[in-house]
Ligand binder design. Structure first.
Ligand SMILES: C[S@@+](CC[C@H](N)C(=O)[O-])C[C@H]1O[C@@H](n2cnc3c(N)ncnc32)[C@H](O)[C@@H]1O
Length: 260
């Protein structure tokens, strides 16, 4: 049997995330977040699609950051560090907030390890902390052991897309995140879990919460929750495109401000 005949069933030896790291280390400039973002787009368009927030929706998030000017930001779902690098650099360099702290939660050790290397290469390790583990457990640990998250002014919710849309939908739970699963199964109240992230965080009056992918794959219970009580959240939808599918697949962000 020839190499050509074997090719279609062959398992790739290198995962795309490892190739991404190699690409960044080889082509981007050290201590230059902008060049890392540029090379990430190049990789995602020319090599493999990546599930980061991407070039289409990031400017929409940056507009929110411009209005909010956060000093303590967190995100749920780090993946390979794209949004952490892009938004932390934007807050520090464009908004001039030198002492910003950005905490990024990531369930996968594999993703977190790559993200830390890219963040270090970007020269942002002193600003961005990647916390490995399921978000709810990490959060509980941080809140009980440290004073790291004494107050949070900006939250970016960007969990695993496939699990959000398919797995839990099949299971009958339209929750925002797999993190909420354990709680879903114990109290059978999807709404309370879709909003767990909001109620569990040490939000303060005015904390801004941006949820990605509320159209694709969608987060109907989350939207219902934040839109149901105008005395609790001031909320708006911002339309955009799915990452790397500009003009093809619609998506959007829900931007909510915690009022009380
Ligand atoms: C869409 S990606 C995040 C993309 C990233 N925010 C960006 O724009 O560069 C989602 C990530 O969330 C992680 N994730 C999924 N469930 C999680 C959980 N319960 N706690 C923390 N991270 C989780 C996945 O492993 C994946 O790396």
């Amino acid at each position: 049997m020839t190499q050509t005949q074997l090719a279609p069933t062959a398992v790739p030896l290198v995962k795309k995330e490892d190739s991404y790291l190699d690409h960044i280390l080889a082509h981007a400039k050290r201590n230059n977040p902008e060049s890392i973002i540029k090379e990430t787009h190049k990789f995602a368009i020319e090599r493999y699609w990546l599930m980061n927030v991407g070039p289409e929706k990031s400017p929409l998030v940056e507009q929110v950051l411009l209005e909010k000017r956060p000093k303590v930001a967190i995100e749920i779902g780090c993946y390979l560090g794209y949004s952490a690098i892009r938004f932390a650099a934007y807050i520090r360099d464009t908004l001039g907030i030198q002492d910003v702290k950005y905490y990024s939660f990531e369930i996968s050790e594999y993703h977190a390890n790559i993200a830390r290397k890219v963040i270090d290469f970007a020269g942002l390790s002193h600003i961005i902390t990647v916390i490995t583990g399921p978000f709810n457990e990490s959060l509980e640990r941080l809140l009980s052991n440290h004073n790291l998250l004494s107050k949070v002014d900006f939250v970016f919710i960007d969990h695993h897309k496939e699990l959000t849309s398919n797995y839990w939908r099949k299971a009958g739970y339209f929750t925002l995140s797999v993190t909420f699963s354990e709680r879903c199964f114990t109290c059978h109240s999807p709404n309370s879990h879709a909003c767990y992230v909001l109620t569990a965080l040490p939000c303060i009056q005015g904390t801004t919460i941006v949820a990605d992918n509320v159209i694709k794959p969608g987060a109907p219970v989350y939207l219902e929750y934040v839109r149901s009580d105008p005395t609790k959240y001031q909320t708006r939808f911002v339309e955009g495109w799915l990452e790397y599918y500009e003009g093809v697949i619609r998506d959007g962000l829900e931007v909510s401000v915690w009022l009380k």
